[in-house]
Design a protein around this ligand. Structure first.
Ligand code: FAD
Ligand code: N01
Length: 542
């Protein structure tokens, strides 16, 4: 039986924090909206990534919605850095409180979205066999939601259970008595290794590139500090929006080279003790732009690793040396380095002895075969673009987004793509997105998109599209900004370097969320500079 095509004002793909807030805004604007998510409930990242140790590394009271002061006041966070279950409960509370689920279709993957020029609508098809047409298409598909495919020979031949951090079983995993291999030492690996090691009989960690990690110094939140934050929340939110990374921190005033060695040691130590992702990075003005300045911070972390880890060779293998600190996403951990002092945990440095293949019994490197009962993959994501290019998106003249992005993503402001009218991306490539507290960036994008659509409606426009010229101006600006920093030097997922064959492009805007917001607001204030519009408003005519 064929299902009748429904026509709505907007389709939103994704019911993480981006899609949820976008739905709330559209409802308040009176737009009919359908949301699709392949997950069975809201939460996005926090629905999928349920591995032991998963938690946020932006403080809970900062990593939360600011759009509802009532929500802010009623929700009680319990820890400085919230666990995945607590964040998921928060997302579920928001869904209940704003009655979001009635417009969300779960367990449903969007397969394609084609722009129909004749009717000025997106035709969206799902794996449930449904077709929905919408004037506006909002891709809230997430920057870190498309898992990287396992690119290790023989992965399918392993006879024991395998788990991936990005799609962890809801019922949890009991590692008791198990010999466990963990492949990958990014943020997910670094969070899960200490937790799984506590339970497993033994663990082998396969590390290709070590990371710069700092102790989270996590702790329960004190009722007085919660009350103090709640009393000043409006001012704090303003400071977040105007900051660089979406986390208000004191601005550095001097380059690292102008401080004494003692002064640097004290500043870095204070950052280490604070347990903040950005404290060391923002100790000086030039940590992310000057190799010598960056090296001071690197050395500080390497010395810490050498202090914590007993075995000198293991310590040396854990020391990152091949890329500047901060240019791959730094990590906050709980007992990560100390975990390698356990007798039952072994580190394998894949730079010395690369993996040859996975066998039926375990992991075979050029040096040995490690027999294990279970393999945990913490191998990351096809970040920034993967969730979008996995959907068959076709814009004007049938051009495919995959083709348009074949040499790397291009976008106007990370919000729109020339040739793809009325399509908006929440935290798309070339916006600050992953270089920020993403709640700040998500809310800013959703507000901007909503205001833009309201403006179109008020002006009687039905179609809005970024011009190729404006898009190229923005692309060049993002590239210039990126090249002023050390980021392009790392083989990071920011650069697409983690996925074999992916074009090497720095995919985020490093200008800071405060500056970026001013740019976006001024574009809106100029009547949406860089966009073309046409026609009378279909919404107004209804
Ligand atoms: P997501 O939460 O990724 O949601 C996107 C949704 O789209 C998913 O539910 C997915 O199922 C759905 N989707 C995608 N494609 C389709 C399709 N074709 N059809 C149907 N549904 C689809 N950010 C921070 O700022 N601080 C942190 O500490 C932090 N920690 C993180 C920890 C982990 C383990 C990960 C993976 C990311 C972390 N992030 C963090 C980034 C995090 O992704 C964002 O903070 C935020 O949750 C993103 O929300 P979102 O709604 O934009 O995307
Ligand atoms: O993924 P990653 P992630 N053989 O890409 C290794 C956010 N996040 O899921 O670096 C061997 O960082 C790979 O090695 P290399 C955060 O933004 C936040 O950990 O490519 N190894 C690397 O070590 C984060 O940055 C939190 O050499 C292979 C690891 O797998 C982002 O999500 C927690 C390999 C992948 O690390 C992604 O983090 C979790 C192979 N074939 C996630 N392929 C917080 O704490 C890959 N690797 C907030």
């Amino acid at each position: 039986m064929s299902i009748e095509t429904q026509i709505v004002d907007a389709v939103i793909v994704g019911a993480g924090f981006g899609g949820m807030y976008q739905l709330h805004r559209f409802r308040n604007m009176g737009l009919t909206t359908r949301v699709f998510d392949k997950a069975s409930d809201v939460g996005g990242t926090w629905y999928w990534n349920r591995y032991p140790g998963a938690r946020c590394d932006v403080e809970s009271m900062a990593y939360s919605y600011s759009f509802s002061p009532e929500l802010e006041q009623e929700w009680q966070w319990t820890e400085k850095y919230p666990t995945q279950p607590e964040i998921l409960r928060y997302a579920q509370h928001v869904a209940d409180r704003f009655d979001l689920r009635r417009d969300i279709t779960f367990d449903t993957k969007v397969l394609s979205a084609h722009w129909d020029e004749g009717v000025g609508r997106w035709r969206v098809k799902t794996d449930g066999g449904e077709t929905v047409e919408a004037q506006f298409l909002i891709m809230a598909t997430g920057c870190l939601s498309a898992p990287k495919e396992i690119d290790i020979d023989g992965a399918a031949s392993f006879r024991g259970p395998t788990y991936a951090t990005h799609s962890w079983p809801h019922e949890g995993v009991d590692f008791s008595g198990q010999r466990v291999a963990v492949i990958g030492t990014g943020s997910s690996g670094i969070q899960t290794i200490p937790e799984v090691a506590k339970q497993a009989a033994s663990m082998v960690v396969f590390q290709r590139t070590p990371n710069y990690s700092m102790p989270a110094q996590n702790r329960p939140l004190d009722p007085d500090e919660i009350a103090a934050m709640k009393a000043k929340y409006r001012d704090f939110r303003k400071a977040q929006r105007e900051s660089g990374f979406g986390v208000p921190v004191p601005q550095p005033t001097m380059p690292a080279g102008m401080d004494t060695a003692d002064g640097r040691q004290q500043k870095f130590q204070a950052g280490w003790d604070e347990g903040s992702l950005v404290a060391i990075l923002t100790s000086y003005t030039d940590t992310l732009t000057n190799a010598t300045a960056n090296n001071y911070a690197q050395e500080f972390i390497r010395d810490k690793i050498r202090d914590i880890v007993d075995d000198p060779q293991t310590a040396e293998d854990l020391c990152p040396k091949t890329y500047p600190m901060g240019t791959k996403r730094p990590c906050l951990d709980t007992n990560y380095y100390a975990t390698f002092n356990r007798d039952d945990v072994e580190l394998v440095n894949l730079r010395r002895t690369p993996i040859e293949c996975i066998t039926d019994k375990g992991v075979k490197t050029t040096d040995a075969e490690y027999e294990v009962d279970t393999i945990v993959y913490a191998t990351g994501f096809d970040a920034m673009t993967g969730a979008l290019t996995r959907i068959d998106i076709r814009g004007k003249d049938g051009q495919s987004l995959r083709d348009v992005w074949a040499d790397g993503p291009v976008s106007y402001l990370g919000l729109s793509i020339s040739g793809f009218p009325n399509l908006f991306t929440v935290t798309g490539p070339s916006s600050p997105s992953v270089l920020s507290n993403m709640m700040v960036s998500i809310e800013q994008h959703v507000d901007w998109i909503s205001d833009c659509i309201q403006w179109m409606n008020d002006q009687g426009h039905t179609v809005l599209e970024a011009t190729p010229e404006a898009q190229e101006e923005w692309r060049a600006h993002v590239e210039v900004q990126g090249n002023l920093t050390l980021y392009p030097q790392a083989d990071s997922w920011y650069m697409g370097a983690n996925v074999p064959g992916k074009p090497r492009v720095f995919m985020a805007y490093i200008g800071g969320v405060g500056v970026y917001r001013v740019v976006c607001d001024s574009i809106a204030a100029q009547g949406y500079y860089g966009y073309v519009t046409d026609g009378a408003s279909a919404m107004a005519a209804k």
